[in-house]
Design a protein around this ligand. Structure first.
Ligand SMILES: [Zn+2]
Length: 336
């Protein structure tokens, strides 16, 4: 793999707490020799695994950015065993702009792996994570939310593992994170569907990784932020990286698999008839698309092609044909 042009102000081998930036060379009109600052924090103490914690992969997803910033401020090297690498604004230009994709190159970081050493800023970030940070890591956690357009309850996402030990570790991380929902990738959720994501980068590097969807709608939800922060410390504790932390009693996680998305076929205003967590029958009317520009026209009903439970839903009222309104999930069969 080609050598990255990104340089780090952090020496990943050095003990203690270090703060600084990954420097992405960015030569533009106002700054010929400039660089883009991706904030990074590294804590290292004693012996133990390395975990890579990321948020701001999509720039309009905020709980993870806040949780990792607070973790970076409050954790002290003596609190931990091993090494914690924290990227609160992984696609920094997107996170700075508060947009899913980067305003510099329209890059969607979580569709850009394995990236390119000589590519756009987004491709360079993907390449650096794939080729420099993941090889340092044993575990990775990538914190997302529904972004501006979707809303998720606090949900852990994970594969089923390629080996029994990995499957056991993934189950351990899920149990430790203790979010209300877990979306387990069964069947079609294998390496192909995640290949362009940070989880794909983790898989290619033999890193045990999970993601989380934490709210959305361009907002910050107090309860979900709390569940995220609690979950991160529980995960570190379960990996023996935060020995003095005492986890409270687990609240339990409902495991689901994705069944499919319900799309709008009409443009207009989305009136949801279901909430997150509600059961849905096949062919049940789950939304109405209103046409206030011709208010005498009846709204168009949207029928669910699937039976299941609403896991995520659209957060925006304005809707055009092709927008996803709901994600429907189902229980995982015993032999999945
Ligand atoms: Zn995301």
């Amino acid at each position: 793999m080609e050598t990255s042009l990104i340089t780090s102000e952090i020496d990943f081998g050095q003990p203690g707490k270090q703060t600084g930036f990954l420097r992405i060379p960015h030569s533009v009109h106002r700054s010929a020799y400039g660089w883009l600052p991706v904030p990074i924090v590294c804590l290292k103490n004693g012996t133990g695994p390395t975990i890579l914690l990321m948020a701001g992969n999509h720039g309009d997803e905020y709980e993870g950015q806040i949780a990792l910033s607070r973790l970076a401020r409050t954790l002290m090297p003596e609190d931990i065993r091993g090494r914690i690498i924290i990227l609160p604004m992984t696609n920094f230009p997107a996170a700075q702009a508060g947009t899913r994709t980067s305003p510099l190159d329209a890059g969607n970081l979580n569709r850009s792996f394995p990236g390119s050493a000589r590519g756009t800023p987004t491709e360079m970030i993907a390449h650096y994570i794939e080729s420099t940070l993941m090889p340092l890591a044993d575990y990775a956690v990538d914190l997302h939310s529904g972004g501006s357009s979707l809303f998720y309850p606090a949900t852990l996402l994970r594969g089923q593992g390629f080996t029994p030990p990995e499957a056991q570790k993934l189950q351990q991380l899920q149990t430790a994170f203790d979010l209300p929902y877990a979306w387990v990738f069964t069947g079609g959720g294998g390496p192909n569907s995640t290949a362009r994501t940070a989880m794909g980068a983790a898989n290619r590097n033999g890193v045990v990784s999970v993601m989380a969807e934490l709210g959305g709608g361009g907002t910050v939800t107090r309860d979900i932020l709390h569940r995220c922060e609690r979950g991160l410390r529980r995960v570190l504790h379960s990996l023996d990286m935060l020995p003095d932390y005492t986890p409270d009693a687990p609240l339990g996680t409902r495991e689901l698999q994705a069944r499919g998305l319900v799309y709008a076929y009409d443009s207009g205003l989305f009136e949801p008839l279901k909430d997150i967590g509600e059961p849905v029958a096949k062919d049940e009317t789950v939304a109405l698309i209103h046409h206030p520009e011709t208010p005498w026209q009846d709204p168009a009903p949207v029928l669910s092609p699937y039976e299941g439970t609403v896991l995520a839903m659209r957060a925006l009222g304005q809707t055009v044909r092709g927008d996803a309104l709901y994600q429907i999930a189902t229980e995982i069969p015993e032999n999945a």
